[in-house]
Design a protein. Structure first.
Lengths: 113, 115
């Protein structure tokens, strides 16, 4: 992947609202891999999900869901019924055949009680 | 399964001093990465090891940074001498294969402050 764009620098919502984090990637490769990581205030990057380019099935895991759209080169992440503990910086990243993992700039999510 | 271990968690030094960070990857993971993350930015890859060999160190400032993974397990990253702009979080990650085909798992990071 040559570039990953997370246009939302910061999002603030009230607890229990749904929130979607956007990610747009650019790549010339036909096979690539997309990731979402969460970085809470403690600083550790926590792996959330990986999606392969050849698997376009979207996924739901509890309150988290991911929408992979090849046609728009997007890999968006939605939190349903947000909680204060979801407050963190969320990073989208993409890996390609050059074995480089390209990171977005991150979206800071603030969940207010 | 134990995660990626890093130490120390925090380090404060003065400019021109030396500092070293240690990382122990997840057991069995052949690939180890060191990243630098400056506040408000995404991680930047400094160096990638496959077992004890360097795969990519194109973004490592080699005049002051060095890293080794002698036995193909744990690794150390050193900065000598440190500059103010080296203040950042240094993250270590590991994966069983190169990043495009497998997931990287991260340690808690070392927060370095250079005064």
């Amino acid at each position: 992947a040559q570039k990953v764009t997370q246009a939302q620098t910061e999002i603030s919502v009230v607890e229990k609202e749904d929130v979607t984090l956007d990610c747009v990637y650019e790549t010339r490769d036909t096979t690539y891999y997309l990731f979402w990581y969460k970085q809470p205030p403690s600083g550790e990057l926590v792996f959330l999900i990986r999606r392969n380019s050849f698997d376009e099935q979207n996924e739901i895991s509890g309150r988290y869901s991911w929408n992979f759209q090849k046609s728009t080169s997007s890999f968006n992440f939605t939190i349903t019924a947000s909680q204060v503990v979801d407050s963190a910086v969320y990073f989208c990243a993409a890996g390609d055949s050059n074995y480089q993992l390209i990171w977005g700039a991150g979206t800071k999510l603030i969940i207010k009680p | 399964e134990a995660g990626v271990a890093q130490s120390p968690r925090y380090k404060i030094i003065e400019k021109r001093q030396s500092v070293a960070f240690w990382c122990n990857p997840i057991s069995g993971h052949a690939t180890l990465y060191w990243y630098q993350q400056i506040l408000g930015q995404g991680p930047k890859l400094l160096i990638q090891f496959q077992n004890n060999g360097v795969v990519d160190d194109s973004q490592l400032p080699k005049d002051r940074f060095s890293a080794e993974r002698l036995k193909g397990v744990d690794s150390t990253l050193k900065i000598q001498p440190a500059k103010l702009e080296d203040s950042a979080v240094y993250l270590c990650a590991s994966s069983s294969t190169p990043p495009s085909t497998d997931t990287q798992y991260f340690g808690p990071g070392t927060r370095l402050t250079v005064l």
